[in-house]
Design a protein around this ligand. Structure first.
Ligand code: G3P
Ligand code: MG
Length: 519
């Protein structure tokens, strides 16, 4: 039960809130209502409601930290698995539920600085690409066009002001792409927002995805290719992006999920000092995962150590597990161990339990397969069930990603920063449109945060007029192009044109086509 004698000192954990937030069963507060379900719009029997007044949520700075802020969790730290159990499958336990040291989950640390380049001191050349100076597979924007569009914007200054006072936040999977396959309307939308419009103006937009599994630059480079439009890391948030803040709290961490060692690369970029992945543990002791076939190649590329002498301080599930049996076994071993030391079993696992973080909670994910596939949320619920079955107590955990408040607050910061890059104004535009396909993450989070929400029919949502539990407040659209055009028409006028014309004559207020104002 005690800490082994050679345990390294642990860093400060995220501060517990004085009063731990509990799920509210009624929406009686004067607040947004946060209806949280399991990623499927049809899982009404599993939905529960949290109420939180996001306007009054203070964001404390982490004690002794200059680089992180801690956002109170709105998503319950409690396990969801109990609702899925038949009671006979549980060992009865009379143990009183009490606060464990995992009550850290009352807050989620996020980076204080929204600019990744500021955080890592790495120059991100793709900013220039995203501004249009370099367009993959496309000719560069001609300087004369920039002059012309700025003249058009001068003439239509009120419309240009409104274009800078709106922004889009795009979900990716099921809105712009399906896995590696382009949704054609997604490409057209980005062309319009990158300047192929009446004003030739860049309409601000960022990407907020629960996707995961590779470094931000690798993912944005891949997306730029699929979408035939530039995507910068500076306008991009994936599920684990805000988790870089946790590098301030833990030294030795187990990172789970993703292909090969890509999530180790992600964690290294985020500044984690001592990163362990499941393969390192199997290479040390193959008997820990009896069903795993471990290849020589995997052994050669792993980093085994004597994990019976090392305290793993936290578990970070960054991405989808590629081997549920192995990953669940190792995570269970760690959760039941004495302070994260393998080959030990704590007498009281509840008090010895190390924290576990998930990068997102989606149950389902749209892919190339015609029926959405299970995602990290399914893995987590499986783990919760196993933990409860084996220990008799609920697993407390922290889940980042949409619809968590911390992720939306971080998105606001990124948006303000991107506005600065695009238009030299570091502020959040007033009219923000979240476009998503998953009512239980994109839409509920956007509704809670006061954004306009648009639900598209190209992904997870396959329902009727609107989602019953988490209806999109701006409407349901066939695809992302319909949603963007409707939002632009509302903000910029019904006759706003979604195409740039080089023959626009700003001197004649754009009414005479065919002759240029620039001689
Ligand atoms: O659910 C997993 C992830 O792929 C979803 O991504 O872009 O729809 O948030 P996105
Ligand atoms: Mg999606």
């Amino acid at each position: 039960m005690g800490t082994p004698p050679d345990s390294p000192p642990t860093k400060a954990q995220p501060a517990p809130a004085p009063v731990r937030p509990r799920p509210k069963k009624t929406g009686s507060w004067n607040s947004y209502q946060f209806v949280h379900s399991r990623g499927s719009s049809t899982s009404s029997q599993f939905a529960h409601t949290l109420s939180i007044d996001v306007n009054t949520v203070a964001i404390p700075l982490s004690p002794g930290s200059h680089n992180t802020v801690e956002v109170p969790a709105v998503r319950s730290p409690d396990a969801h698995a109990a609702e899925y159990f038949h009671s006979l499958s549980l060992s009865p336990s009379l143990k009183e539920r009490r606060l464990s040291r995992n009550s850290f989950s009352a807050s989620l640390p996020i980076p204080r600085s929204k600019r990744q380049s500021r955080l890592s001191n790495v120059a991100f050349p793709d900013v220039q690409a995203a501004l249009g100076a370099v367009r993959p597979g496309m000719p560069p924007v001609q300087p004369t066009r920039e002059i012309l569009s700025s003249q058009v914007q001068d003439v239509h200054s009120e419309m240009a002001r409104r274009a800078k006072n709106m922004a889009f936040v795009f979900d990716i999977d099921g809105v712009l792409v399906h896995g590696d396959r382009l949704i054609p309307e997604g490409q057209r939308v980005l062309e319009i927002l990158n300047g192929d419009n009446q004003l030739g103006i860049k309409i601000p937009h960022i990407f907020l995805t629960n996707g995961s599994g590779k470094p931000e630059l690798a993912r944005t480079t891949q997306l730029s290719g699929i979408l035939h439009n530039p995507v910068s890391t500076e306008q991009f948030i994936q599920s684990h992006t805000p988790m870089r803040a946790l590098a301030e709290y833990y030294s030795t961490v187990l990172v789970v999920g993703g292909e090969g060692y890509r999530c180790r690369d992600v964690a290294e970029e985020y500044g984690f000092k001592d990163i362990v992945v499941p393969n390192d543990i199997i290479a040390w002791d193959p008997t820990i995962a009896p069903y795993r076939v471990f290849t020589e190649e995997e052994r050669a590329s792993s980093r085994p150590r004597d994990f019976s002498k090392i305290n793993i301080e936290a578990i970070l599930v960054f991405s989808d597990s590629r081997d549920y049996a192995t990953d669940l076994q190792i995570i269970m071993d760690l959760l039941r161990s004495q302070n994260g030391r393998l080959r030990t079993v704590a007498a009281d696992p509840e008090s010895q339990r190390i924290p576990i973080y998930f990068s997102q909670g989606d149950f389902l994910c749209p892919t190339e397969h015609p029926i959405p596939r299970m995602s990290q949320g399914a893995f987590r619920i499986g783990l919760e069930a196993m933990y409860k079955a084996q220990t008799g107590v609920d697993l407390e955990r922290v889940v980042y990603g949409k619809p968590e408040l911390a992720t939306y607050k971080y998105a606001d910061e990124v948006l303000a920063s991107w506005m600065d890059v695009l238009h030299g104004e570091e502020r959040v535009p007033e009219n923000i449109y979240m476009i998503g396909d998953n009512p239980a993450s994109d839409i509920v989070g956007g509704n809670m945060y006061g954004w306009n929400t648009c639900l598209v029919r190209t992904g997870v949502f396959q329902g009727g007029e609107n989602d019953e539990e988490n209806p999109a407040n701006f409407g349901v659209f066939a695809n992302v192009l319909d949603a963007v055009k409707t939002a632009c028409r509302k903000q910029l006028g019904h006759d706003f044109r979604f195409e740039w014309s080089d023959s626009m004559n700003p001197v004649l207020h754009g009414n005479a086509e065919g002759s240029s104002a620039i001689e």
